[in-house]
Ligand binder design. Structure first.
Ligand code: ZN
Length: 279
């Protein structure tokens, strides 16, 4: 396994981790200050900054862009809604390319409004990604399907296991891979085997870390700092690295009552420190 104690360059900051405190400009400067080698912006922060200015700042700071968050949200109740989603995803691909992102993260979407047809939603996801692939392949931008914990199946992502994501990749062909976020997949009894399967196909495009708190008090905004919860992160990182992944360890913590209320430099310093003890 790789050693993060001497090489903080392998750490990436997902801007969600300090989204309440910092702009994208401040995140870029903060990464440089703390020796964090990568950044993963969300599109709202990127839009505030402007993709051109962000690209220049990121380049000047020497940061890698481990991913752009996010595309996806493919299912919709009407053809017009699905077309609008596809158009937005094409813009997301262009944004990702503009800042030199290593992949575009896909949070694929849940049930269309008024629907109880999850199989139909999953078919819309498959068709949506397939429709996006011509544009993303032409842009040279890999699409990273991120399976989300099943508690988000209705409203955020109906792809909920790494097996589902691997099956989608097999069906869709080149230009698409997976992002492994420990928060979403740590509980899965098939995780080790599906990570190996993804690695054998060279399709692990991202590795996201945070922790699962007990109890979790908010379904979306109560993620823990690595080491504060119950996920055996080093074990999962070992599987991912054994499968050939050599990209960044991206910290992605949504924490409205804790980490979003702290001084952002303290948050980044803690992220670096926990990479030595809990990742
Ligand atoms: Zn993630």
């Amino acid at each position: 396994m790789r050693d993060f104690s001497g090489d903080t360059a392998l750490i990436s900051l997902n801007t969600a981790t300090v989204q309440a405190q910092w702009t994208l400009e401040q995140c870029i400067e903060g990464c440089a200050r703390h020796g964090i080698g990568g950044i993963a912006p969300w599109r709202d922060k990127l839009a505030e900054c402007g993709a051109g200015r962000a690209a220049a700042m990121i380049r000047d700071a020497g940061l890698r862009v481990s991913g752009l968050c996010r595309g996806g949200m493919f299912p919709a109740a009407t053809p017009a809604g699905r077309q609008a989603a596809l158009d937005d995803n094409r813009r997301a691909v262009d944004d990702a390319a503009a800042i030199g992102a290593e992949c575009l993260i896909l949070v694929v979407g849940g049930l269309p409004e008024g629907s109880k047809n999850i199989a139909g939603a999953r078919a819309q996801v498959r068709d949506g990604i397939a429709a996006l692939l011509e544009h993303s392949r032409a842009a040279g931008m890999p699409l990273a399907i991120e399976p989300l914990h099943p508690m988000y199946a209705a409203d955020r992502a109906c792809v909920n296991t790494l097996k589902q994501a691997n099956d989608l990749c097999d069906a869709l062909g080149s230009g698409v891979g997976v992002a492994v976020d420990v928060y979403h997949v740590w509980w899965d009894p098939d995780l080790e085997a599906e990570i190996a399967r993804a690695g054998a196909a060279s399709r692990i495009l991202g590795f996201h870390v945070c922790d699962w708190l007990v109890p979790t008090t908010d379904l979306l905004l109560d993620r823990g700092m690595m080491g504060d919860g119950v996920i055996d992160i080093p074990k999962i990182r070992g599987w991912v690295e054994a499968a050939g992944y050599d990209g960044a360890s991206e910290v992605e913590i949504f924490s409205k009552d804790n980490w979003w209320r702290r001084d952002a430099d303290e948050v980044l310093a803690t992220c670096v420190q926990r990479h030595q003890t809990a990742v």
